[in-house]
Write a new protein. Structure first.
Lengths: 197, 197
């Protein structure tokens, strides 16, 4: 029904996560009204994305061999925060409260999806750990896969004399006791702190 | 924080209707894992979309001077369905129940958005109407702008000896009486039909 160029545009948008036929058509129709210069710029942006590299140290997104965080001399190289993906780096960076560096695993161990430790950046993490590395902060999701990965990591780094920590578990900001699940409540009781006076 | 190629990709997705920062990042991260050939194909698809034309007769999307519907000799050229956009053509075509042709106005008259009759394809519609044109079916949305456009169109075609009709108004399939608004109920009462025996 539609011209084939239009169909192709719709097909492109349909490949995106969570985008169905209706939404893809809406996106495509929206682009039809754009200026040719803008469309060309978008087309270039897509092509340019192929030049995005991975940092050789931490596997975060990078323009060169190292990412901006690994290059930054003001970051504490003795503190390594382990995350599943580059997306998580941004989430933590947005808090402006962490001054260490990162290590991006490239996923989480998942028996259901068939992702095994050798598919992830565990070895490169071990190789990065030096005498003066103080702490490995495991910041994976609090899901089954995230917990599995955290436990594996702890065991994997056993022979290294380094402190491995996990993010605190408890009630989120604005959380209601009556909506919290039991595990969260158990963790928030176990991790309770004295109130500063 | 992100490489600038990545930022550009996110910016592209952010320009799409209803896409916020989180969704745009999600789309961009998804594309990072795609094969280079696929990315190149998408980039081409965007560029190729610039070659999409408008049908010279009905202003539907077209690859050549005429759209597939205007070219089709089996379509009834005496029946013209007037719609706001090419998107509406597809919605009606999906029903497989209309065999006439279309006329795409390119929008609806809207005083709030400053869209005036001269911005839309009214004159070209008038020029299309011939001696043997039987009916103009006005299939604009049942919104304020859609109704305004329908009323304007009826007046605009007054001097042409042609029947101008409007789509039936009433309860939608699966509609509940207690959820229907008053105008819909009024229209469905006024337009009631005898039940076939």
């Amino acid at each position: 029904m539609y011209p084939k160029q239009f169909e192709k545009l719709v097909d492109f948008f349909r490949c995106l996560p969570g985008v169905g036929a209706k939404t893809a058509e809406r996106y495509a129709f929206y682009l039809l009204d754009k200026d040719p210069e803008e469309i060309n710029a978008y087309s270039e942006a897509l092509k340019d994305s192929l030049t995005i590299k991975r940092c050789q140290t931490c596997f975060n997104l990078a323009e060169d061999t190292l990412c901006p965080i690994c290059k930054d001399p003001s970051r504490n190289q003795k503190l390594i925060c382990v995350v599943a993906s580059a997306k998580d780096v941004l989430s933590i960076e947005k808090t402006n409260s962490y001054d260490g560096v990162y290590h991006v695993l490239g996923g989480l161990i998942s028996t259901s999806k068939g992702i095994m430790p050798q598919d992830l950046q565990f070895e490169s993490l071990k190789n990065r750990i030096e005498e003066d590395t103080q702490e490995i902060i495991v910041a994976t999701n609090l899901t089954l896969d995230g917990e599995t990965t955290a436990l594996y990591l702890n065991k994997f780094l056993q022979d290294k004399q380094v402190l491995v920590t996990r993010l605190a578990q408890g009630l989120p900001m604005g959380g209601h006791l009556d909506y919290a699940d039991e595990l969260t409540l158990i963790h928030s009781f176990a991790g309770r702190k004295s109130i500063d006076k």
